[in-house]
Design a binder for this molecule. Structure first.
Ligand SMILES: [Zn+2]
Length: 377
């Protein structure tokens, strides 16, 4: 079975605006790092060129009115409804090729998912995908088109059971809204609490509505949460839920912004937790569609994705540059030559508070969501 990396040079060379924290250039750096660690030249691996999303698919989630606004904004028009649709802000600037690039990034995610249906591909990874904040009628949080919502909606239409596991530091609010009232998708988001981080939602009490009750699962963490606390909640909740739901495909949003060095979020994860989570997902998923999402310490995000790709492919990264260069190419010199962090833990009152919060969340979900899935908590 193949492991496919979706890539587009055009996308990797694009940018929202100079100084905007979302950097598509991470995709080019990822290729360099994957080559450096000998993670791209195995026979079950393939790089596939991204293709644009067919516009018709947008309407599986987005409104026609919003898509029209996106197109008009890209063409240079300015109208008040663009502001109402979240465009022209610091987070979501209007820039040349905005809509076209969003279609290309989303198209790669969709393409990856379609490859999974062909039964020759087990894992597809689109590093420049995962726009989980985009709403049906507006842009927000650096996201214009919700590639996750569109792609999962199409997979469901094709009779697939899809579970989404989102480990980006931010709550996947757009994806939550898309599937809040359906039991066709199990949507699990692990993130920093909305009390301290955008978008301010994703509390454990948000569990879906109507038929969808119990199929939205939010696992918020207190700011400063470290590997140990995070893994406690992950292990207690995610594998049992996935096992009970029994998906055909796990769609996973592997943002790197929960890392302790991320400048936008306040969690304290290291590569050790990240690698463990990805390993568990790899073990419990029949097939995986992975998207890169956030990660604003670029060196860290790209290192984490490299580790994830190695796990998906069952490979150990081997540094081809070890001993050859002084380690100035990637990040601080002390970190070069290794993708992995030393162990890191918080302690004292801070740790107790993080653990107490996590225990409350775990208990709430075991009490209110597990019974819906027939899981003995
Ligand atoms: Zn994020």
């Amino acid at each position: 079975m193949l492991n496919v990396l979706l890539h587009s040079n055009e996308l990797a060379n694009s940018e929202y605006r100079p100084n905007h924290p979302f950097k598509p250039a991470r995709a080019g750096l990822l290729l360099e790092l994957l080559n450096r660690y000998a993670l791209l030249d195995h026979e079950n691996q393939k790089i596939v060129e991204s293709v644009s999303l067919n516009e018709e698919l947008l309407y599986l989630f987005h409104t026609k009115k919003y898509i029209d606004i996106l197109k008009r904004a890209e063409s240079g028009e300015f109208t008040v409804d663009m502001l109402q649709a979240g465009l022209g802000t610091t987070d979501n600037p209007v820039f040349p090729s905005m809509f076209r690039l969003a279609l290309l990034a989303s198209g790669a995610t969709y393409e990856g998912a379609m490859l999974l249906l062909g039964n020759t591909t087990r894992v597809a990874f689109n590093p420049i995908g995962g726009f989980h904040h985009a709403g049906k009628d507006h842009a927000e949080g650096f996201c214009y088109i919700n590639d996750i919502a569109v792609t999962i909606a199409d997979l469901v239409r094709r009779g697939q059971r899809v579970a989404c596991i989102d480990i980006d530091a931010h709550h996947g609010n757009g994806v939550q809204d898309a599937f809040f009232d359906t039991n066709q998708v199990l949507n699990i988001s692990l993130h920093e609490s909305g009390k301290t981080l955008y978008p301010g939602s994703g509390f454990e009490t948000e569990i879906g509505e109507g038929e969808g009750t119990g199929y939205t699962v939010n696992i918020p963490f207190r700011a400063e949460t470290d590997d140990e606390v995070y893994l406690f909640a992950f292990e207690a909740l995610v594998p049992p839920l996935i096992k009970a739901f029994n998906p055909d495909i796990i769609f996973t949003v592997i943002g790197g912004d929960a890392h302790k060095d991320d400048p936008l979020a306040h969690l304290n994860l290291t590569s050790n937790a990240y690698k463990h989570i990805v390993t568990v997902i790899n073990q419990i998923a029949p097939k995986i569609m992975a998207v890169g999402a956030g990660g604003y310490n670029i060196h860290r995000a790209v290192s984490l994705w490299t580790l994830a790709w190695a796990v998906f492919c069952g490979l150990e990264p081997v540094d081809r540059h070890a001993g050859l260069i002084g380690g100035m190419m990637y990040g601080p010199e002390t970190n070069a030559g290794s993708l992995e962090d030393p162990p890191y833990a918080i302690d004292g009152l801070n740790k107790d508070r993080c653990f107490d919060d996590a225990k409350k969340v775990v208990r709430f979900i075991q009490d209110h969501v597990f019974p819906i899935h027939g899981i003995i908590g």
